[in-house]
Unconditional design. Structure first.
Lengths: 242, 202
């Protein structure tokens, strides 16, 4: 599992991905952690197959008892099917996920971990020394879907938005936006169902000050590429399967 | 993993066999009610048959009660199977974390969780095995009424032979009770061997 520190301040953001031992047929995912002095948040911790490499990687940065928070942007298996394993590994953790998905996510096993339901309008994840904003992104693509914005680091974790389907071992950061677009187009057109939801999300996100857009698949978009992405997404027709 | 898979299959097939046993026991109970009506109509001629029908009915009821208890037990066994599977999988993956995290600063922090999952896995396995033994004993109990029903069916045939024109219908009752008891016997035997097999695996 590759590890990449993407923000270093009073707290840190670390990105994990490109696991070389990942079985071929499962989609590659990016996992993120936000590390404070004594707490650690796992963002979209990943599927069952990713559990062992992911926890092994996180142990470079935090002991299990300091992994206090998990966040699931939505209910997909590549996001959180590992929940039943985290549930047995973490002695004191909470899962922040949509209230709408609670009855569904509990199928993965959630007995030790406390489920903290997120209302439709979003909220805040309080990590003690830092507050992260939970931004609604419903229907993009899941019907109850959230992103995380860190105003200090100016990072927006954007779940499946900004995702790209790429060959294994692709770089972590977009270097040429124009050529990268082709790796994102089908993903957004086919997985995102609603032009109306897209409109609302873009308007909301344009008010945020963002240095890094961090998706759950593909590469980070940095600096001017964030605005380029929003403009490109704005013009894209989604929900193409009907 | 292979063991867990066959545990799931075994426990599920037990549930399926048991619900079939339940159906058959209900049939016996119905046959007993039928026989009672016929015996009533036959009057004097079937005097010896009447207490037998009551007895058959009781056996059927007893079987239904036993199967109900066993079903509850089987459900518990299914939950334990899930727990065994969960902890076995977790243990395997925690051990993998440990191996992968060779050089990680906080590798030792996992040891508490690893020990706990090992402990739980052992606990669930022990509980599972104890439960299988109990269930086997309960299944042996279900064999008793079924066996008794077969003896009674044989008696019924003799009694039926004195019932004149009711001979045929009473004989048919005796046949169906015998047949049902045999089915129960077979199904329960199948449950027992499925269970013995998974017990042998641990
Ligand atoms: Fe998804
Ligand atoms: Fe995804």
């Amino acid at each position: 599992m590759k590890m990449n520190k993407i923000y270093e301040g009073a707290h840190q953001w670390i990105m994990y991905g490109r696991d070389p031992h990942k079985p071929d047929k499962i989609i590659d995912t990016n996992q993120y952690i936000v590390r404070t002095a004594d707490r650690c948040l796992l963002i979209d911790p990943g599927g069952i197959e990713l559990f062992a490499p992911m926890l092994a990687a996180v142990l470079h940065h935090a002991p299990v008892e300091e992994i206090t928070d998990l966040f699931a942007s939505h209910q997909d298996p590549d996001i959180i099917s590992s929940l039943g394993l985290w549930d047995q590994a973490l002695p004191n953790a909470r899962l922040h996920a949509a209230a709408l998905w609670e009855g569904f996510l509990r199928h993965f096993g959630c007995e030790t971990i406390e489920y903290v339901p997120i209302a439709d309008h979003g909220g805040v994840i309080d990590l003690g020394s830092v507050d992260l904003q939970v931004i609604p992104a419903h229907y993009l693509h899941s019907s109850a879907n959230f992103h995380i914005y860190d105003p200090q680091a100016r990072i927006l974790f954007s779940g499946d938005i900004g995702a790209a389907l790429e060959a294994p071992g692709a770089p972590m950061v977009v270097d040429n936006f124009d050529s990268h677009v082709e790796k994102m187009r089908y993903f957004h057109q086919r997985w995102m169902p609603s032009n109306q939801a897209k409109r609302v999300w873009i308007d909301r996100v344009r008010t945020l000050d963002i240095d890094i857009l961090a998706p759950q698949h593909g590469r980070l978009l940095k600096g001017d590429d964030v605005k380029r992405f929003l403009d490109w997404f704005d013009g894209l027709q989604v929900g193409i399967a009907v | 993993m292979q063991r867990n898979k066959s545990q799931f299959v075994a426990v599920a097939s037990i549930a399926a066999e048991l619900s079939a046993v339940m159906e058959v026991a209900k049939e016996i109970s119905l046959a007993a009610a039928n026989a009672k009506a016929i015996a009533f109509r036959a009057g004097e001629k079937a005097k010896g048959f009447q207490p037998i029908t009551d007895f058959i009915n009781e056996l059927a009821k007893e079987t239904i009660q036993l199967v109900n208890d066993i079903n509850e037990h089987a459900l518990k066994l299914y939950r334990l199977t899930v727990q065994v599977q969960r902890t076995t999988d977790a243990r395997k993956r925690f051990e993998k974390v440990s191996a992968l995290a060779e050089s990680a600063t906080h590798r030792a922090s996992l040891s508490g969780a690893l020990q706990q999952v090992q402990r739980r896995q052992m606990q669930y396995r022990r509980a599972f095995n104890a439960d299988v033994s109990e269930l086997l004993a309960q299944l042996a109990d279900v064999m008793h009424p079924a066996r008794a029903a077969r003896v009674i069916a044989a008696n019924s045939r003799i009694e039926a032979s004195q019932a004149g024109e009711y001979l045929q219908s009473l004989q048919a009752v005796a046949e169906s009770v015998d047949h049902a008891a045999q089915i129960i016997n077979d199904k329960v035997n199948r449950c027992r061997s499925a269970l013995s097999a998974i017990r042998g695996m641990d």
